[in-house]
Design a protein around this ligand. Structure first.
Ligand SMILES: *[C@@H]1O[C@H](CO)[C@@H](O)[C@H](O)[C@H]1NC(C)=O
Ligand SMILES: *[C@@H]1O[C@H](CO)[C@@H](O)[C@H](O)[C@H]1NC(C)=O
Ligand SMILES: *[C@@H]1O[C@H](CO)[C@@H](O)[C@H](O)[C@H]1NC(C)=O
Length: 136
Protein backbone atom coordinates (compact mmCIF):
# COMPACT_ATOMS: atom_id res chain seq x y z
CA UNK A 1 0.00 0.00 0.00
CA UNK A 2 1.37 3.46 -0.85
CA UNK A 3 1.49 6.05 1.89
CA UNK A 4 -1.29 7.97 0.24
CA UNK A 5 -3.72 5.08 -0.15
CA UNK A 6 -2.83 4.00 3.41
CA UNK A 7 -3.87 7.42 4.59
CA UNK A 8 -7.13 7.30 2.63
CA UNK A 9 -7.83 3.86 4.03
CA UNK A 10 -7.20 5.09 7.58
CA UNK A 11 -9.52 8.07 7.11
CA UNK A 12 -12.25 5.82 5.70
CA UNK A 13 -11.79 3.29 8.50
CA UNK A 14 -12.06 6.01 11.16
CA UNK A 15 -15.13 7.53 9.57
CA UNK A 16 -16.84 4.15 9.35
CA UNK A 17 -15.96 3.37 12.97
CA UNK A 18 -17.41 6.72 14.04
CA UNK A 19 -20.61 6.10 12.11
CA UNK A 20 -21.00 2.73 13.80
CA UNK A 21 -20.35 4.27 17.22
CA UNK A 22 -22.91 7.00 16.61
CA UNK A 23 -25.48 4.56 15.20
CA UNK A 24 -25.15 2.20 18.16
CA UNK A 25 -25.32 5.09 20.63
CA UNK A 26 -28.53 6.28 19.00
CA UNK A 27 -29.92 2.77 19.13
CA UNK A 28 -28.84 2.25 22.76
CA UNK A 29 -30.16 5.38 24.32
CA UNK A 30 -31.33 7.95 21.79
CA UNK A 31 -28.45 10.14 22.94
CA UNK A 32 -29.59 11.38 26.32
CA UNK A 33 -28.34 14.89 27.04
CA UNK A 34 -27.18 15.66 30.57
CA UNK A 35 -27.25 19.22 31.93
CA UNK A 36 -25.46 20.14 35.15
CA UNK A 37 -26.34 23.65 36.24
CA UNK A 38 -24.53 25.71 38.82
CA UNK A 39 -27.26 27.08 41.11
CA UNK A 40 -25.02 28.01 44.02
CA UNK A 41 -25.66 31.35 45.73
CA UNK A 42 -24.61 34.24 43.47
CA UNK A 43 -22.61 35.66 46.35
CA UNK A 44 -20.37 32.59 46.63
CA UNK A 45 -16.75 33.70 46.17
CA UNK A 46 -15.54 30.13 45.63
CA UNK A 47 -15.21 28.53 42.22
CA UNK A 48 -17.16 25.37 41.43
CA UNK A 49 -14.96 22.80 39.73
CA UNK A 50 -16.50 19.87 37.97
CA UNK A 51 -15.29 16.83 36.07
CA UNK A 52 -17.40 14.03 34.60
CA UNK A 53 -16.51 10.68 33.06
CA UNK A 54 -17.60 7.13 32.52
CA UNK A 55 -15.52 3.98 32.40
CA UNK A 56 -14.71 4.66 28.75
CA UNK A 57 -15.51 8.30 28.10
CA UNK A 58 -14.02 11.55 29.32
CA UNK A 59 -16.71 14.25 29.26
CA UNK A 60 -15.69 17.49 27.55
CA UNK A 61 -12.04 18.13 28.36
CA UNK A 62 -11.80 17.13 31.99
CA UNK A 63 -12.08 19.61 34.81
CA UNK A 64 -13.95 22.87 34.21
CA UNK A 65 -14.78 25.83 36.40
CA UNK A 66 -18.47 26.79 36.35
CA UNK A 67 -19.83 30.21 37.17
CA UNK A 68 -23.19 30.58 38.86
CA UNK A 69 -25.80 30.04 36.14
CA UNK A 70 -23.48 28.04 33.88
CA UNK A 71 -24.88 24.90 32.26
CA UNK A 72 -22.31 22.13 31.79
CA UNK A 73 -23.85 19.78 29.25
CA UNK A 74 -22.89 16.74 27.29
CA UNK A 75 -24.39 13.92 25.28
CA UNK A 76 -24.20 10.40 26.64
CA UNK A 77 -22.33 8.30 24.09
CA UNK A 78 -22.14 4.97 25.85
CA UNK A 79 -24.82 3.21 27.77
CA UNK A 80 -22.90 3.12 31.04
CA UNK A 81 -22.72 5.02 34.31
CA UNK A 82 -21.32 8.55 34.02
CA UNK A 83 -20.22 10.05 37.31
CA UNK A 84 -19.21 13.58 38.18
CA UNK A 85 -16.96 14.99 40.84
CA UNK A 86 -17.46 18.52 42.12
CA UNK A 87 -15.33 20.66 44.41
CA UNK A 88 -16.51 23.91 46.01
CA UNK A 89 -14.65 25.67 48.81
CA UNK A 90 -13.90 22.89 51.34
CA UNK A 91 -16.72 20.67 50.06
CA UNK A 92 -16.62 17.88 47.55
CA UNK A 93 -19.02 15.33 46.11
CA UNK A 94 -19.25 12.54 43.60
CA UNK A 95 -22.50 11.34 42.08
CA UNK A 96 -23.95 9.38 39.18
CA UNK A 97 -24.98 11.99 36.61
CA UNK A 98 -26.25 9.36 34.20
CA UNK A 99 -27.41 5.93 35.30
CA UNK A 100 -28.65 3.66 32.48
CA UNK A 101 -31.32 1.98 34.60
CA UNK A 102 -32.68 5.27 35.85
CA UNK A 103 -32.17 7.60 32.88
CA UNK A 104 -32.00 5.54 29.69
CA UNK A 105 -35.55 6.20 28.54
CA UNK A 106 -35.30 9.96 29.12
CA UNK A 107 -34.10 12.36 26.46
CA UNK A 108 -32.73 14.79 29.00
CA UNK A 109 -31.38 14.61 32.53
CA UNK A 110 -31.01 17.82 34.53
CA UNK A 111 -28.95 18.45 37.64
CA UNK A 112 -28.94 21.49 39.89
CA UNK A 113 -25.91 22.02 42.09
CA UNK A 114 -26.97 23.99 45.15
CA UNK A 115 -25.36 24.71 48.50
CA UNK A 116 -27.57 22.00 50.06
CA UNK A 117 -26.89 19.29 47.52
CA UNK A 118 -27.37 17.78 44.08
CA UNK A 119 -30.86 17.63 42.59
CA UNK A 120 -31.99 15.39 39.75
CA UNK A 121 -34.82 16.05 37.29
CA UNK A 122 -36.05 14.74 33.95
CA UNK A 123 -38.11 17.81 33.08
CA UNK A 124 -36.15 20.75 34.54
CA UNK A 125 -38.98 21.47 36.98
CA UNK A 126 -39.52 18.70 39.55
CA UNK A 127 -36.36 18.01 41.52
CA UNK A 128 -35.22 15.22 43.84
CA UNK A 129 -32.08 15.54 45.94
CA UNK A 130 -29.77 12.59 45.30
CA UNK A 131 -26.51 13.64 46.91
CA UNK A 132 -25.10 16.09 49.45
CA UNK A 133 -21.77 17.86 49.85
CA UNK A 134 -19.08 16.10 51.89
CA UNK A 135 -16.24 17.55 53.96
CA UNK A 136 -13.09 15.93 55.34
C1 LIG B 1 -35.67 5.82 20.88
O1 LIG B 1 -36.54 6.58 20.05
C2 LIG B 1 -37.43 5.76 19.27
C3 LIG B 1 -38.19 6.67 18.32
O2 LIG B 1 -38.66 7.83 18.99
C4 LIG B 1 -38.36 5.00 20.22
O3 LIG B 1 -39.25 4.19 19.50
C5 LIG B 1 -37.49 4.12 21.15
O4 LIG B 1 -38.32 3.50 22.10
C6 LIG B 1 -36.45 4.98 21.87
N1 LIG B 1 -35.55 4.11 22.60
C7 LIG B 1 -35.34 4.27 23.89
C8 LIG B 1 -34.38 3.28 24.49
O5 LIG B 1 -35.85 5.15 24.55
C1 LIG C 1 -38.29 9.79 32.51
O1 LIG C 1 -38.26 8.39 32.73
C2 LIG C 1 -39.09 7.99 33.80
C3 LIG C 1 -38.83 6.51 34.09
O2 LIG C 1 -38.83 5.76 32.92
C4 LIG C 1 -40.54 8.28 33.42
O3 LIG C 1 -41.39 7.89 34.49
C5 LIG C 1 -40.69 9.78 33.18
O4 LIG C 1 -41.98 10.06 32.74
C6 LIG C 1 -39.69 10.26 32.15
N1 LIG C 1 -39.76 11.71 32.09
C7 LIG C 1 -39.68 12.40 30.98
C8 LIG C 1 -39.79 13.88 31.10
O5 LIG C 1 -39.50 11.86 29.90
C1 LIG D 1 -34.17 25.03 33.00
O1 LIG D 1 -35.00 25.91 33.67
C2 LIG D 1 -34.40 27.15 34.00
C3 LIG D 1 -35.35 27.94 34.88
O2 LIG D 1 -36.63 27.94 34.36
C4 LIG D 1 -34.04 27.89 32.71
O3 LIG D 1 -33.43 29.11 33.00
C5 LIG D 1 -33.09 27.02 31.92
O4 LIG D 1 -32.81 27.63 30.67
C6 LIG D 1 -33.66 25.64 31.70
N1 LIG D 1 -32.62 24.82 31.12
C7 LIG D 1 -32.80 24.10 30.02
C8 LIG D 1 -31.61 23.37 29.51
O5 LIG D 1 -33.86 24.04 29.43
Amino acid sequence: MTTQSGFVFLVLACTTANLFAIASAVKDNNLTVVHVMNSLPKSSPYPLKIQCKSKNMQVRHGEEVLKVGDDYRWTVEKNEIYYCQAVWFRFFASWHAFQPQRDLSNETVYWLIKDNGFFHSWDNSSWVRKETWQTE
